[in-house]
Design a protein around this ligand. Sequence first.
Ligand SMILES: Cc1ncc(COP(=O)(O)O)c(C=O)c1O
Length: 348
Amino acid sequence: MACGTRYAVAFSSGTAALHGACFAAGVSDGQEVIVPPITFAATANSVRYCGAWPVFADVDDSTVTLDPWAVGRAITPRTKAIMAVDFAGHPCRMHEFKQLADRHGLILIEDAAHALGATYDGRRVGQLADMTTFSFHPVKVLTTGEGGMVVTDRKDLYQRLQLFRNHGITRDPWLLRTSNPAPWFYEQQELGYNYRLTDIQAALGLSQLERLSHFIARRRAIAARYQASLSDLGGIRLPAEREWAGSAWHLFVVRLNLPLLRKTRRDVFEELRARGIGVQVHYIPVYAHPYYQRFQRYQRCFTTCPRAERFYAESISLPLFPKMADEDIERVIGVVREVMHEASRDRD
Ligand SMILES: Cc1ncc(COP(=O)(O)O)c(C=O)c1O
């Protein structure tokens, strides 16, 4: 097993895995789950699927993962869980979250959609939270076309995850509530979904799993090459890898020094795209989307999450995927350097 946990339940997507984790955690109507704003919408949406409210706590400036201090301040009597996201493949500060979760009786869920193969204090991601979720979407570290997984060491959570993935139905004689069940008997005990991963996808996942260490090594080599050849540029700040972390480098997000460049992020983005570099922005803070702005409680997030706002305003993701050839990497570096130099020439 890639994570070294006792149990793993495959799902049809990373989103379904998050939904399953919320269900297994007992997240329900009116409760709250603390999430970061810099993530894909699915993290927060899975909380809404259960009728609960995501509460956005600000991120820490160096790793862009949840800030434990902000999480501590966001806990209320309605809080049921903390859902921390390993943004860009960099693990978040799990020891602090574990302490908070233990102190307040909360379930700790780690959304590691970006971080399969990452390490935290030398341990593989997946071993610290009550449940850790992964995504096997095509752009992720490992793919099954679409797919996801929840890993856990807790048998009770494992059983609830299995139930949820299959319409809430069980055939397990130890779990049936009917005594002396007939051999064909099964029970629907909860309202679950069809969130199963197909056998064909599972076979693809197993063959991909054999290459996991190769994928991670290649991602780490590309990140190291970017770090070595872009670190002298004053116009950008490179992503950090903390001493306790081994990032899976799902994304390589640079931050622009916009006052120094005297350009907008959009200018830089469009110049890079015009020169054939497939840059992206990860992510628009989730609370800023019209769906969330519909609720008054999310209107204040623009001021309660200043570090997320700043990060969003100045970040651009450079291409990073294992199949990039060395020439592709050098081309990205060359174009980024050109655009940064032109910006400083225009300024002088
Ligand atoms: C942080 C995060 N969580 C969850 C998901 C959802 O995964 P999936 O696309 O497999 O449903 C994604 C997908 O991009 C993600 O980036």
